[in-house]
Design a protein around this ligand. Structure first.
Ligand SMILES: NC(=O)c1ccc[n+]([C@@H]2O[C@H](COP(=O)([O-])OP(=O)(O)OC[C@H]3O[C@@H](n4cnc5c(N)ncnc54)[C@H](O)[C@@H]3O)[C@@H](O)[C@H]2O)c1
Ligand SMILES: [Zn+2]
Length: 363
């Protein structure tokens, strides 16, 4: 297994990545979650066999374990599910030494993470991500939360896990479309931070799509390292550095919202969003056509869309810009966009002319 450290002073934690033996989890938990009174697993219904194995391993450390199932899908990041979990915690008499274990994708990670942040003013959290997206993105960095019917991720807290445990075998059952969607965030890391990694993705695209475990171990580790670097430099998104992770997301969130949530998976919307942002950067003479071409080609090699599909209701550029202005990443009514200047480097651009955005928000 590889181990990466997220250096956050007293809240530092490790990310373990690989194909572990059952006993390895026991040892790691002993080291990073010592003194646990119980382990409460919050598990996505689609990964119950994975959760059951984790539970058996944890029971070697502490016999008091429990498992709560969560219906799959974004709708579970709700007040209702959170309320149900709080009640369960009370029934289980979970004390301050209880450890919440999130087993699933970003939905369960965000929900269980916020449960851990809020129960008894905060208990320890173990992230066990099972989707590619949650391995390379949502399980690392401490953002937790739920949605309101009107808006995504508006209730939440920064709450860092005590450990992230990534067993790459979990990906075996992940549907193809979900796997590819996760690859959009992977390409993002290359474009915003690491040109060598971008080149490595181009060379290894086939093995990645074949889910070669050794190749995936490097891929997931590198993404976690890059995310850890950003998070440790700007834990609470105050200096602006963490905003680079939003590359493609202002366009992408608008697409997700306007196409009705669920039409595009998150990574698919981000792939189109990165292409729109890239084309805009080229028009503003900030980026080269040639590097934009490499980004588009890699996204397409990974089976990701780079344009809005004409199979769905058309989205007008005007409604895109309107939705982008509502995105919480705007500040004082100004649309801030993250735009690439060269492969491996992006900049925050504060005053992008609206007419230029309109020309590239049409898919
Ligand atoms: N906290 C953060 O920093 C952060 C960052 C990015 C995204 N997010 C959040 O993450 C969520 C999206 O995460 P996601 O893409 O992982 O979605 P998800 O959790 O909904 O999982 C996607 C689908 O895959 C299924 N699944 C999960 N693991 C599986 C496996 N191993 N085998 C078979 N099926 C499996 C799930 O049941 C679900 O149907 C969004 O709510 C988003 O807001 C959070
Ligand atoms: Zn994202």
């Amino acid at each position: 297994m590889r181990s990466i450290s997220v250096p956050l002073d007293s809240r530092a934690y490790p990310i373990h990545i690989g194909v572990p033996e059952a006993t390895e989890l026991c040892l790691a938990v002993h080291q990073y979650c010592s003194g646990a009174s119980s382990f409460i697993l919050i598990a996505d219904r689609n990964v119950l066999p994975i959760a059951q194995k984790i539970r058996e391993s944890l029971a070697v450390n502490v016999s008091n374990t429990a498992m709560v199932e969560i219906p799959s899908g974004e709708a579970s990041k709700s007040i209702e599910q959170l309320g149900r979990l709080w009640q369960q915690m009370a029934l289980l008499r979970a004390d301050r030494q209880a450890v919440i274990v999130a087993v699933g994708g970003g939905v369960v990670g965000d929900l269980a993470g916020f449960l851990a942040a809020s129960w008894n003013r905060g208990v320890r959290l173990l992230q066990v991500p099972t989707t590619l997206l949650s391995m390379v993105d949502s399980s690392v960095g401490g953002k937790t939360g739920i949605n309101l019917p009107q808006a995504k991720n508006v209730i939440g807290a920064f709450w860092q896990p005590s450990m992230v445990w990534i067993d790459l075998r979990s990906l075996d059952s992940l549907p193809e479309r979900e796997f590819k969607s996760g690859l959009a965030e992977v390409v993002k890391y290359g474009v915003i931070m690491d040109p060598d990694f971008f080149g490595w993705l181009e060379v290894n695209a086939k093995s990645i799509l074949d889910r070669d475990v050794q190749v995936l171990e490097y891929l997931v580790s590198r993404c976690c390292e890059l995310k850890a670097q950003v998070v440790s430099a700007d834990e609470h998104e105050t200096t602006g550095l963490r905003a680079i992770l939003n590359y493609g997301h202002t366009f992408g969130h608008a697409i997700e919202a306007l196409a009705q949530y669920g039409t595009y998976l998150h990574g698919e919307a981000i792939s189109i969003g990165m292409t729109m942002a890239g084309r805009l950067a080229v028009e503003l003479h900030r980026w080269t056509e040639q590097e934009l071409g490499r980004q588009t080609e890699l996204l397409e090699t990974f089976g990701l869309p780079t344009r809005l599909s004409n199979r769905h209701e058309p989205i007008s550029p005007e409604s895109m810009v309107q939705a982008m202005m509502l995105d919480k990443k705007t500040s004082h009514g100004q649309l801030r966009l993250i735009l690439p200047s060269r492969l491996g480097h992006v900049e925050t651009v504060k005053e992008v002319p609206i007419d230029a955005i309109l020309r590239h928000a049409d898919g």
